[in-house]
Design a protein around this ligand. Structure first.
Ligand SMILES: [Zn+2]
Length: 244
């Protein structure tokens, strides 16, 4: 079969055996879907960028960087106005006055944007980025959350964005667990207040994250909220306990 190409080639796709039945010119997103759901568009490399996208910009200020980073994530809305409406990240840009890190930032954003457009489950990149450690050491953000690197904080920003658009759902803490944490916290505060009753009342101050002073870093939720209770390290933020 010979087809004369009269227009400029903008992109191409290899025809797979299962596509043979369909005409070559069929839109790729229609090929992938079931016949009954042919109108549902899934994220796919060939989904064209609309003229305008909705997005959010996050500011990252790290002691490791002289200037702030501005992370912009733009989303595409698929199947708008249908029950299958879905907002998905489409591209990411990072801007900074600091040009020292320009090359790897450009490389990272290009690869991340390509992953977003590839489709499928893209939430895995959050864990990949958050697991990156800076050999020079991390830093604490306001709120007492430990960031092992600037890359990890970019991961945290993407996670926040994905939560905002409903792509990632927080594991809901059940009422019983919330109550347990509140009780532990009250017990801890009562105990430390008792110990220091004779001292001047400066012991009620909490640390930057709102947890008791002297609380250490919880390895599970990366928050300075780990206190010693009944001889057991207990996190007042996520409820983690070394003794189970
Ligand atoms: Zn914790």
């Amino acid at each position: 079969m010979t087809i004369k190409i009269e227009k400029k080639i903008k992109g191409y796709q290899v025809v797979k055996p299962e596509d043979k039945a369909a005409p070559i010119a069929a839109a790729p997103e229609k090929k992938a879907a079931e016949p009954r759901q042919a109108e549902i568009i899934q994220m796919h490399e060939s989904v064209e960028r609309p003229e305008s996208l909705v997005g959010s910009t996050f500011k990252i200020k790290s002691p490791l960087f002289e200037h702030a980073l501005y992370v912009t994530i733009n989303d595409i809305v698929l199947n708008q106005g249908t029950p299958h409406e879905q907002r998905r990240p489409f591209e990411i840009f990072i801007n900074s006055k600091n040009m020292d890190h320009f090359q790897w930032i450009v490389a990272l954003t290009r690869i991340l944007s390509a992953v977003f457009r590839k489709g499928g489950d893209v939430t895995f990149i959050v864990e990949e980025l958050k697991a990156v450690f800076d050999p020079r050491g991390g830093y604490f953000k306001a709120g007492g959350v430990y960031m092992p690197s600037i890359v990890a904080e970019i991961g945290a920003v993407i996670e926040q964005h994905m939560k905002n658009i409903g792509l990632i759902h927080d594991p809901e803490m059940d009422e019983a667990q919330k109550k347990l944490i509140a009780e532990k916290r009250a017990a801890y505060e009562a105990a430390s207040a008792g110990k220091k009753a004779a001292e001047v009342a400066s012991n009620t101050e909490s640390n930057a994250s709102g947890f008791p002073p002297g609380a250490t870093l919880c390895a599970k939720c990366n928050t300075q909220a780990l206190v010693l209770m009944d001889g057991c390290q207990t996190c007042l933020n996520c409820g983690y306990s070394k003794c189970g």
